[in-house]
Design a protein around this ligand. Structure first.
Ligand SMILES: C[S@@+](CC[C@H](N)C(=O)[O-])C[C@H]1O[C@@H](n2cnc3c(N)ncnc32)[C@H](O)[C@@H]1O
Length: 255
């Protein structure tokens, strides 16, 4: 545990603490057949996070939490591995595996350094997992290493714009003002909790991905459908209908 980078240690404790609050959401998501994404439950048909054919593909979920995304992928025929930094989150994931009769490897570890050989996977995915809580200078090259040539990476995280507009206070939604500088943003610690997050400008994401040998194929800014709701309080529907609150990056390993 002491060998883990400081942000990984902090996030491990924080997510072990948060895990009970994520169990009910995990249960609901495991019970779904059709994937939906992010805090607005954007349908897969709109976002296209997943490759069309996952049958017999090797897939890894980076920061799987309760592993509902992994479950959706396994049901589509993929050979899935879920990795997560929190033992407590993985405990929920294992309980839901038993409940739903699905079995795939769940690894307790840091997505910045994964114990699998180079080119082990066809697809890597993260929804608010490693893409938000791990250091992109470490997890992006690690994801690229694990992908086969032509393999794909897709991740969904908070939009950079929303992070600029989010007040420090807990429970106060993003405003229509820029509250923090864009330049110099990378690692972000909120004064209200001990977690460490990573929020990159689009330029920084491009450089991380391209530098790791990944070609950017798409950047989708999520526009919630009329009537969409969320249980999270850091952004309102009215805000998210005017500006992107979430973004999806899709990239492909060169070769
Ligand atoms: C919000 S959950 C993501 C899972 C799920 N998609 C969701 O939205 O609930 C964030 C997960 O990222 C995991 N995580 C944070 N840092 C990580 C790291 N360095 N390596 C692997 N997982 C990490 C946490 O333990 C937590 O389970």
């Amino acid at each position: 545990m002491n060998e883990l980078p400081e942000h990984v240690r902090k996030n491990r404790e924080w997510w072990d603490h948060l895990a009970p609050d994520y169990a009910a959401g995990g249960e609901r998501a495991w019970a779904r057949d059709e994937p939906v994404w992010g805090i607005w439950h954007a349908p897969e048909a709109e976002v296209g996070m997943l490759p069309a054919n996952l049958v017999d593909k090797d897939v890894i979920e980076l920061g799987c939490g309760t592993a509902y995304v992994s479950a959706w992928l396994a049901r589509r025929g993929a050979r899935v591995v879920g990795i997560d930094n929190s033992a407590a989150q993985l405990e929920t994931a294992r309980r839901l595996q038993r409940q739903h009769g699905l079995n795939f490897p769940l690894v307790h570890g840091n997505a910045e350094s994964i114990d699998y050989p180079d080119a082990s996977f066809d697809f890597a995915i993260s929804e608010y997992g490693a893409c938000l809580w791990a250091d992109p200078r470490r997890w992006v090259p690690e994801a690229a290493r694990l992908l086969r040539p032509g393999g794909r990476l897709a991740f969904l995280t908070n939009s950079f714009l929303m992070t600029l507009c989010a007040p420090d206070e807990n429970g106060v939604a993003a405003t229509d003002r820029l509250l923090r500088p864009a330049f110099g943003m990378y690692r972000l610690e909120w004064p209200t909790d001990p977690g460490v997050e990573f929020h990159l400008s689009h330029g920084d994401w491009f450089r991380q991905l391209l530098g790791a040998g990944l070609e950017v194929e798409d950047l989708i800014e999520i526009w919630p459908s009329a009537g969409a709701t969320t249980s999270y309080d850091f952004v309102t529907f009215e805000w998210a209908r005017q500006w992107p609150s979430e973004e999806v990056w899709k990239a492909r390993k060169r070769g």
